[in-house]
Design a binder for this molecule. Structure first.
Ligand code: DON
Length: 571
């Protein structure tokens, strides 16, 4: 029924085209007559932690390329920013290979173990059990990050894996001073960390969170990384580490097997590409919902002349496009190896034309009128980094253990903090996950299936400028990256793109989350008159952006000014 209704909308759009009263396709932005640079000749890296950015430059200085640097940045983040990502989690990478002008997408997303049992995520009275979904070993999917790092080094890097992992191993072994975010995360999660002896041993030395300014070490993670460096995949997915992971998970009530680890595979997928006003956006396909939603929103917006609207009307159209894309997200999307998705429809400009016709010029569409599908703190646990190297290779990686410090469960003897990515499945149909996202059968847990993600690592190639962009933020990743892309297309530099104030709508709850200062009072009043419920919210992501201006051949890197610990650097 729902599907039929949508085809109806599609058909109306097809018949009416884009000739709505306020619909006009904008031309591509300016092109310059000056010759465009073919390679930058220097490199830019922006990540959530200065030690990680420096690790990337260290590996570039050893003769590595952007892909080797990505391995160094990701593995160092596993050590210095464990609240956000790590070798117990997974990542998604959108990459551009300069030599053969090719884009690839690496899916190193976690997978459900074969013994996954939906009943484990229900209380005896049938209500969702939020503890098993978010804490302890049942909340953890089989990690993809170690395999993803091995894959990138082997297929795209120039240096041996051991060289690219060396900065992370050194930092874990010799120690570093945790930043305020890590210290805060450990304090916030102290009660949960105390539940698992191996977690407490690492994160609560002497029974309490480390003090600011103290050196903190993780020798067990250093050893696990060293085994990965020496043996590649088999250093993690079989042998000593695998046995310890499975033993620890099972002893604490989890259900992993050695086979789950041995059968984990990285998947290369075709990225989603969408053309918008002369820019090509290369972004994440399923099992991320991010690329589909960003494409759908841009396709809807491409029929409006946003430049000539006041802020309230411009924001109105963007929110309505977000609302429609998130409705589809909830209903259709999941792991492409398990579910059939109407991607041709969702990505079709005609479908967008139809959706555009359902947007009223001056009035919010209540989500309840669109069809079915609760918002929470978007958090800032997950991490994104962007790299462009001297040859023009580009890497956008969003990496996660999901919620703050993942499952808070460290597998004894490994230093591996496991993710709590199982909550990204629709564990209980139509009950919100930690980001308020609802889901259907398409994203129900099944053995070996990958849970739907919002991660949207993206590369935007314009007529004369290119951006590598992404952010953490749970469901708000999609809208933050979208707004970053729009700010870039509007001519913003890396700092302006990362600093741009943000807003978010995800269909349900039918509320616009607004960063304080995003709208002037006049715009807020106009939006309220149109029928929107505006709600101020903090925090907002951690965007890391590198931009290459091919006219001036300058790189520009910026880390989100909302956070003190990131570093965007060009050298
Ligand atoms: O894959 C996802 O969509 C989530 N696990 C990402 C979580 C996230 O961004 C957390 N906080 N900022």
């Amino acid at each position: 029924m729902k599907l039929a209704l949508r085809w109806h909308v599609l058909l109306i759009g097809f018949v009416l085209g884009t000739s709505g009263a306020f619909a006009a396709v904008r031309p591509a932005s300016s092109t310059s007559a000056a010759p465009l640079a073919q390679r930058p000749g220097h490199a830019g890296i922006a990540s959530a932690n200065a030690l990680a950015t420096e690790a990337g430059f260290e590996v570039l200085a050893k003769g590595g390329n952007a892909f080797d640097a990505a391995v160094a940045v990701a593995s160092t983040l596993s050590v210095v920013e464990p609240e956000s990502s790590g070798i117990g989690g997974g990542f998604m990478a959108t990459m551009h290979l300069a030599a053969d002008n090719r884009n690839v997408f690496i899916d190193a997303r976690e997978a459900a173990p074969a013994a996954v049992n939906p009943k484990d995520y229900l209380n005896p009275d049938g209500t969702p059990n939020r503890d098993t979904a978010l804490k302890g070993p049942l909340s953890a999917g089989i990690p993809g990050e170690p395999a993803g790092l091995v894959w990138i080094a082997r297929h795209y890097g120039k240096l041996p894996l051991a060289v690219s992992l060396a900065p992370a191993i050194r930092t874990a072994r010799d120690g570093f001073k945790p930043d305020v975010r890590l210290l805060g995360a450990i304090q916030d999660e102290q009660k949960n960390l105390e539940r698992w002896p191996a977690s407490a041993a690492i994160f609560l030395p002497g029974g309490k969170p480390p003090a600011a300014g103290e050196l903190w070490r993780d020798p067990e993670q250093a050893r696990t990384l060293a085994l990965l460096a020496q043996y590649g995949d088999s250093g993690f997915y079989s042998g000593e580490t695998a046995q310890k992971l499975v033993d620890a998970v099972r002893a604490a009530g989890g259900n992993w097997s050695l086979q789950d680890l041995a059968s984990y595979r990285v998947k290369e997928r075709l990225p989603i590409t969408v053309d918008y006003r002369g820019y090509k956006i290369i972004t994440a396909p399923p099992p991320s919902s991010g690329g589909v939603a960003i494409a759908e929103i841009l396709n809807i917006l491409s029929g409006f002349d946003l430049d000539h609207l006041d802020q309230a009307h411009r924001v109105h159209l963007v929110i309505e496009a977000m609302r429609r894309a998130f409705r589809d997200h909830n209903d259709y999307l999941g792991d492409p190896d398990f579910v059939k998705m109407p991607l041709d429809m969702l990505l079709s400009p005609y479908y967008a034309d139809g959706l555009r016709q359902t947007i009223l010029p001056d009035k919010a569409t209540p989500s309840s009128m669109l069809a079915p599908s609760n918002g929470q703190d978007p958090g800032m646990h997950t991490t994104h980094f962007s790299i462009i190297d001297a040859d023009g290779n580009m890497v956008a990686i969003t990496s996660t253990v999901n919620y703050i410090l993942g499952s808070t469960f460290v597998a004894q003897g490994t230093g591996v903090l496991l993710n709590d990515e199982m909550d990204d499945f629709a564990l209980v149909p139509n009950k919100p996950n930690v980001y308020g996202l609802l889901g259907s059968k398409a994203n129900a847990p099944e053995p070996g299936k990958r849970m739907l993600s919002s991660m949207s690592p993206s590369i935007v190639i314009g007529p004369d400028r290119t951006a590598v962009i992404g952010s953490p933020g749970g469901s708000t990743i999609i809208t933050q990256v979208l707004e970053g892309i729009l700010a870039f297309i509007d001519g913003g530099d890396a700092h302006q793109v990362a600093a741009k104030k943000r807003f978010h709508h995800q269909y349900q709850p039918d509320v616009v989350s607004v960063e304080p200062g995003a709208f002037d009072p006049k715009t807020s009043q106009a939006l309220t008159r149109m029928g929107y419920t505006l709600k101020e919210r903090e925090p907002w992501g951690f965007m890391n952006v590198v931009i290459w201006d091919r006219r001036s051949n300058k790189l520009d890197a910026a880390s989100d000014p909302r956070r003190p610990d990131g570093l965007g650097k060009v050298q």
